[in-house]
Design a protein. Structure first.
Length: 89
């Protein structure tokens, strides 16, 4: 009986730790990481520290716009796509 309770408690703790690791983001995370992990608000902007020519901006629809002024390129990142991929089985 105690063995079954211990196994159930271990499984519950493991599942809870995994769930919180995917949903929470550290306060010390960079603004770009917050944007890409869907923890930013529309209108938020950030500039890459390693390459100041790259800027990020959260659009009204939740997509993240990444612009590289040096190469005149724009890419769009969907932060919710990662969560959708994790939930597919």
């Amino acid at each position: 009986m105690i063995k079954n309770i211990a196994i159930a408690a271990f499984a519950l703790i493991a599942a809870t730790a995994a769930a919180s690791a995917n949903g929470l983001l550290s306060d010390s995370a960079t603004p770009i990481t917050k944007m890409i992990e869907n923890h930013a608000k529309p209108g938020d902007k950030a500039v890459s520290v390693s390459n100041p020519e790259v800027t990020y901006r959260v659009l009204e629809n939740g997509m993240v716009e990444r612009k590289n002024s040096r190469f005149d390129t724009t890419t769009y990142i969907d932060p919710t796509a990662v969560l959708r991929d994790r939930n597919r089985r």
